[in-house]
Design a protein. Structure first.
Length: 131
């Protein structure tokens, strides 16, 4: 469920407070229900990210550490990139395909806290896998 929490955190602050999606998150609804609300409200990036996380989830709700997770992370980076201005250092680094650490540092410097947090957690997961 950690990836789902990361996804929800990355969209925190971008959802209207009076939306069904925000209400579902606030009451602790399932990822499937939140995704359905997001789809209904046209929040396709959030719905897609949650759908992918649910589809790839293991029985306990956690994602495995296979290449599919890396693929999901790459998708999330693409989604974030679409919302960044072209002159942004974080956008430039994503476009250049540099490592997560560099992108995370730039995101933090530019105040993109949700992105920096998501990347930091991904870096830690990669560190666990290597150990």
């Amino acid at each position: 469920m950690e990836l789902i929490k990361q996804i929800l955190a990355s969209f925190e602050g971008t959802l209207p407070n009076d939306s069904k999606t925000a209400a579902a998150i606030a009451r602790g609804a399932s990822a499937e229900e939140i995704s359905a609300c997001a789809t209904e409200e046209g929040l396709h990036a959030l719905a897609g990210a949650l759908f992918e996380a649910c589809e790839e989830g293991a029985e306990d709700g956690r994602l495995d550490n296979s290449a599919r997770v890396t693929g999901a992370l790459a998708e999330r980076l693409k989604e974030f990139r679409q919302g960044l201005p072209p002159g942004c250092e974080t956008a430039r680094l994503i476009d250049a395909g540099v490592g997560l650490e560099e992108i995370s540092e730039a995101a933090e410097k530019e105040g993109l806290i949700a992105l920096a947090s998501m990347l930091f957690e991904a870096e830690q997961e990669q560190g666990k896998d290597a150990a």
